[in-house]
Design a protein around this ligand. Structure first.
Ligand SMILES: [Zn+2]
Length: 286
């Protein structure tokens, strides 16, 4: 089934994994942005990756993955939560100049100044905890490699990712070697699972549902499904939040925009919603 994430165990419990497939949920992002294919597909891969990483979050906050670029793409950003909600957007400096087959490095690391930023925002439930932020230099040629490098630095758990996306679908799988298992046999299992998963190619990932892929890859040993949940596009913007943001800006600033433009218009880069505050709406803020 599409728009769903499955969590599973392999090889008698020494390797855990997650697999996600987005169709409608991904198309809701695609429809909202006019993006060159190379940019769109990297955003799809980052969206699938964010859902894989946030599925095991222990809190109700959100995970934010950002790739800050020094090339034609200034920023990729995906926000996701443990309940399968996500939103994603891109800021391009020069969308016209982007080749349909541009690599991730071409897009964001042209001068070697790309950065990958992971933020864990604990959310309102744990407002006393500050957000965690990890920043690493851009390393790798694909979204999967950039994330693997980050995970190597930040987590002690060996992890691998396989990602694919086009205009219809975004798909991803993550395997992790469980830390409590340290026997040579478990090392061999881990190697073997990666060799099997490395046979996955983009067209197959895009064409097949989660269950079919798992069955094809790991047919020789039982896959134990742990749980599954639906994934969906969800933007957290609202008129109330925009009003709060304007209050933060202050009356002087807001009045100055009102004076120049007659109203204050705020656009949400994630979902394309427009919020218009006329003179009366602005007056009601104070
Ligand atoms: Zn929005």
């Amino acid at each position: 089934m599409a728009d769903q994430l499955l969590r599973f165990m392999l090889q008698g419990g020494s390797v855990r994994g997650e697999i996600v497939r987005l169709e409608q949920a991904w198309q809701q992002v695609v429809q909202r942005h006019q993006l060159p294919a190379s940019v769109r597909d990297r955003l799809g891969e980052l969206s699938a990756a964010a859902l894989l990483l946030s599925a095991s979050l222990k809190f109700e906050g959100k995970l934010v993955l950002q790739i800050h670029g020094d090339g034609p793409v200034a920023l990729f950003v995906v926000e996701s939560d443990a309940l399968g909600g996500f939103r994603a957007t891109v800021k391009c400096r020069d969308a016209q100049a982007i080749a349909p087959d541009a690599s991730l490095s071409d897009l964001v690391n042209r001068h070697g100044k790309g950065r990958f930023v992971v933020t864990l925002d604990p959310g309102r439930e744990q407002a006393d905890k500050p957000p965690y932020q990890g920043i690493v230099p851009f390393e790798g040629d694909t979204v999967a490699e950039v994330l693997e490098h980050y995970m190597q630095r930040s987590e002690q758990i060996p992890s691998r990712l396989w990602l694919a996306s086009d205009g219809e679908c975004a798909s991803g799988m993550m395997l992790q070697k469980l830390p409590e298992q340290a026997s040579t046999e478990d090392d061999r299992h881990w190697e073997h699972c990666q060799i099997l998963a490395d046979t996955l190619h983009r067209p197959e990932m895009l064409a097949s549902d989660n269950e079919t892929l798992l069955h094809r890859l790991f047919w020789e040993s039982p896959v134990r499904l742990l749980d599954q949940h639906a994934c969906h596009f969800r933007c957290s913007c609202s008129r109330e939040k925009v009003a709060a943001m304007l209050q933060m800006l202050g009356k002087e600033e807001v009045d100055s925009v009102l004076g120049e433009q007659g109203s204050v218009r705020i656009h949400c880069d994630y979902c394309n919603a427009f919020y218009r505050f006329g003179a009366d709406d602005c007056e009601a803020l104070w």
